[in-house]
Design a protein around this ligand. Structure first.
Ligand code: F6R
Length: 239
């Protein structure tokens, strides 16, 4: 089942997404959340932190798994997704550090790190609610157009265009060239998916993902087959 909720503004989108995550935590205090980085979830995390500070949400029993991480960046590198999560959510709530998982981009044996991540998700009982953003080319996590649908956590080489776009964040020129990412099969195993899309730049990708043919060219199009997908979007040109 697919629900599409049109938000009035980015703030409205963020509050609605935070409400759904909050409801999940109320209904199942020891739930497993799948989390995303990027600019879109920032408002959602801000809202969750605000509610935590008002004592309206308790993360003490929650477990989290992030979608992805750059290969070669230490967790304490300011550009790592782990740092992003600490800054925007982990360190600002009562999530227990041992319950917050981000793929290990610094593992000596990356293939083993991928298998361990899959195993940790299974051991935790699987993901109850997965938060997702969408790329303007239809990607989800680091599954770019053309990615296979049947993968769990795996290593991907970043496209030259992504490396070029990221280079502004890496003044020393050491731009990561690979990432460790949940694959589409693993993402599709989440019991519920919450996809958030903001800005006219996402309009075309979102439209193709939700209404176009299911195709590896638009990785997010596979979400049409998910039994419990909620989309919150704010992609109109005029507001
Ligand atoms: C983030 C991730 C990415 C983003 C996507 C949208 O963990 O996996 O797929 O969700 O690139 O990014 P923003 O929200 O910055 O537009």
């Amino acid at each position: 089942m697919m629900r599409i909720i049109k938000a009035k503004s980015y703030q409205d989108l963020s509050r609605k997404a935070a409400n759904i995550i909050s409801a999940q935590v109320i209904l199942k205090p020891n739930c497993v959340l799948g989390l995303a980085t990027g600019s879109t979830p920032l408002g959602t995390y801000r809202q969750l932190v605000e509610w935590y500070r008002k004592d309206d949400i308790d993360f003490s029993k929650v477990t989290t798994f992030n979608l992805d991480e750059y290969v070669g960046l230490r967790p304490d590198d300011p550009q790592s997704y782990y740092s992003y999560m600490r800054q925007n959510l982990f360190d600002l709530t009562n999530l227990r550090p041992g319950s917050c998982h981000v793929p290990d981009g610094c593992a000596v044996d990356l293939a083993a790190a991928c298998r361990d991540y899959d195993a940790a998700i299974s051991e935790a009982g699987g993901i109850d609610l997965q938060l997702l953003g969408i790329g303007s080319n239809g990607h989800i996590a680091f599954n770019e157009p053309g990615a296979a649908f049947e993968k769990d956590t795996h290593i991907v080489s970043l496209r030259e265009s992504t490396i070029a776009a990221n280079s502004r964040f890496f003044p020393d020129g050491c731009v990561p060239r690979q990432a460790i990412t949940m694959g589409i099969r693993l993402i599709m195993q989440a019991r519920k998916i919450l996809l958030i899309a903001d800005g006219p730049g996402k309009r075309n990708a979102l439209h193709r993902a939700l209404y176009g043919p299911i195709s590896a060219e638009i990785p997010a199009s596979i979400l049409q087959l998910h039994p419990d997908l909620t989309v919150i979007c704010h992609v109109k040109e005029d507001d």
